[in-house]
Ligand binder design. Structure first.
Ligand SMILES: [Zn+2]
Length: 218
């Protein structure tokens, strides 16, 4: 962890939870902050992230423990900020495209209105924000501890951006991700958190190792 916890910024952008994705996160952070018009965003660079490679079966328990420990550190770093955005990078030859993962149904609905006609963006709900009752919101469960993604102290949003190369990405990829982050911040500032309900752990786990997304989307 760096000293970002001392920054009073209202949004914390976390990059490098998976170590292979840190260079993409650096590009996005530069695209997001270079104009200098987002003073309320701080960036937390995870210096020694978890490997994004698939763990062997005998490594899975340790992998889970590493995720939990890292996210508890991130929760402490969030301090009194109201929004925590956890940026990841996946691979899609048709990208850039993205999944926005959140346990707050109001935020997902607000983002859905902003990105109604954008087929590049999928909304993924954790817990009661998932699936079924809200059209257009997919379901997922997560290795992230519930007291992080369902925290009473801040709003957690996972952002997985899928890019063609699977490496650090291009200026176009970074700009796409930066625009999404601005939308998330705007939606979070406009909405009020909804009452939280018991979890519904169905669908695919997130964040998964070495994720690849098909370009074929509904
Ligand atoms: Zn990742």
């Amino acid at each position: 962890m760096d000293r970002a916890g001392l920054d009073p910024a209202a949004t914390l952008l976390v990059i490098g939870v998976h170590q292979e994705e840190l260079s993409f996160g650096e590009g996005v952070a530069t695209a997001l902050l270079d104009p200098g018009d987002l003073p309320d965003v701080a960036v937390l660079r995870v210096p020694e992230g978890i490997s994004g490679r698939h763990p062997r079966p005998d490594q899975r328990f340790r992998y889970q423990v590493q995720h939990e420990a890292l996210y508890r550190q991130i929760r402490r770093a969030a301090g009194r900020r109201h929004l925590l955005i956890d940026l990841h990078r996946g691979t899609d030859d048709g990208g850039p495209c993205a999944d926005i993962i959140c346990g707050d149904g109001h935020l997902l609905a607000a983002l859905g209105r902003r990105r109604r006609d954008d087929s590049r963006v999928r909304l993924v709900g954790l817990g009661d924000a998932a699936g079924g009752r809200r059209s257009g919101v997919l379901a997922a469960h997560t290795v992230i501890p519930r007291d992080v993604w369902d925290s009473p102290d801040f709003l957690f949003v996972g952002l997985e951006v899928y890019i063609p190369s699977g490496n650090g990405g291009s200026a176009n990829d970074w700009a796409f991700a930066a625009d999404l982050i601005k939308d998330i911040i705007a939606a979070a500032q406009a909405g009020t958190p909804e009452h939280k309900s018991p979890t519904n752990d169905e669908g695919t786990p997130w964040p998964g190792p070495a994720r690849t997304r098909s370009t074929a989307r509904p």
